[in-house]
Design a binder for this molecule. Structure first.
Ligand SMILES: Nc1ncnc2c1ncn2[C@@H]1O[C@H](COP(=O)(O)OP(=O)(O)OP(=O)(O)O)[C@@H](O)[C@H]1O
Ligand SMILES: [Mg+2]
Length: 258
């Protein structure tokens, strides 16, 4: 039997194709700094003169509206949902729609909601659309990458802590992304080291990703100023010079690769 065409999928492709490049930020598990890195990369690319959109696909814990704060509501027009414009970025997050209310949707309903966010957001023509993917390797993440992977110029970075226990998580996430036909640009280590005076302490040690066939794009320090910035609604890259330098170097590498 022929499958009915998926109207939302086609609509999703049309919408994300407003951006010349699609940069997805993934992680094998939650809480490793995926949102921080999505926001910092988006801001840095914007400061490099690119037109950038940031799409938050985390349904249960959307962090972007806590940092890029706005009292304004997402407007629906006849063209779709209009992203908010803050700090030179175009931003879309469920958090701008439901604010702090929980979203107790499950199963198919949650999947429809994610698809609709991708299919209805009316981006301007962009150089980059950065996507903060749902955490982990579960249904939501798989649905999101299936909706996004048809973009002709897309790439994914994988965020991890450099702990040995994380290596198997990274491997699982890489296998999943590759099985789904997603181009992996490389790995970003977050909270990899702490600077104490003149010394650098690497609490997790160092990991070698070469056996996984993935490049390390860069390592970010654990900097209390980042946590402080995120908690007080300040874009992270403005808080920490060291994080900003690492992110700038990563953004330049991404530009070359994409
Ligand atoms: N390099 C860093 N230095 C200091 N704090 C950090 C750093 N990276 C992330 N954090 C803090 O760790 C917490 C988790 O980061 P973040 O929200 O970006 O992770 P996430 O992977 O998006 O999590 P989730 O799976 O919940 O979406 C945040 O409170 C953030 O401020
Ligand atoms: Mg997050």
């Amino acid at each position: 039997m022929m499958r009915a065409p998926d109207v939302l999928q086609d609509e999703a492709l049309r919408r994300i194709s407003r951006a010349e490049r699609l940069l997805m930020v993934a992680s094998g598990k939650g809480g490793v700094g995926k949102s921080l890195i999505s926001m910092a990369l988006a801001s840095t690319l914007s400061e490099m003169g690119r037109k950038v959109g940031l799409l938050d696909l985390d349904v249960h814990g959307p962090s972007i509206p806590q940092v890029f704060r706005s009292e304004r509501l997402i407007k629906a027009t006849k063209h779709g949902l209009e992203p908010l414009k803050i700090d030179g970025l175009e931003l879309m997050s469920l958090g701008y729609i439901v604010r702090d209310s929980p979203v107790p949707l499950g199963g198919e309903d949650k999947m429809s909601l994610l698809k609709m966010m991708v299919a209805l957001t009316d981006w301007s023509p962009l150089d980059y659309l950065v996507v903060d993917l749902p955490p982990g390797t579960g249904d939501e993440m798989i649905l999101a990458i299936r909706a996004l992977r048809r973009h002709p110029k897309s790439g994914t970075v994988l965020v991890t802590l450099p702990s040995r226990l994380s290596l198997s998580v990274v491997k699982r996430a890489l296998d999943l992304l590759r099985d789904e036909g997603v181009r992996v640009l490389g790995i970003i280590e977050n909270m990899a080291y702490i600077r104490c005076g003149g010394d650098i302490v690497r609490p997790f040690g160092s990991l070698d990703y070469s056996s996984l066939g993935a490049d390390l794009l860069g390592s970010l320090p654990l900097d209390p100023a980042v946590e402080e910035a995120l908690a007080s609604g300040k874009p992270p890259h403005k808080a920490s010079k060291e994080v900003m330098e690492a992110i700038s170097a990563i953004a330049s590498r991404i530009e070359v690769m994409m």
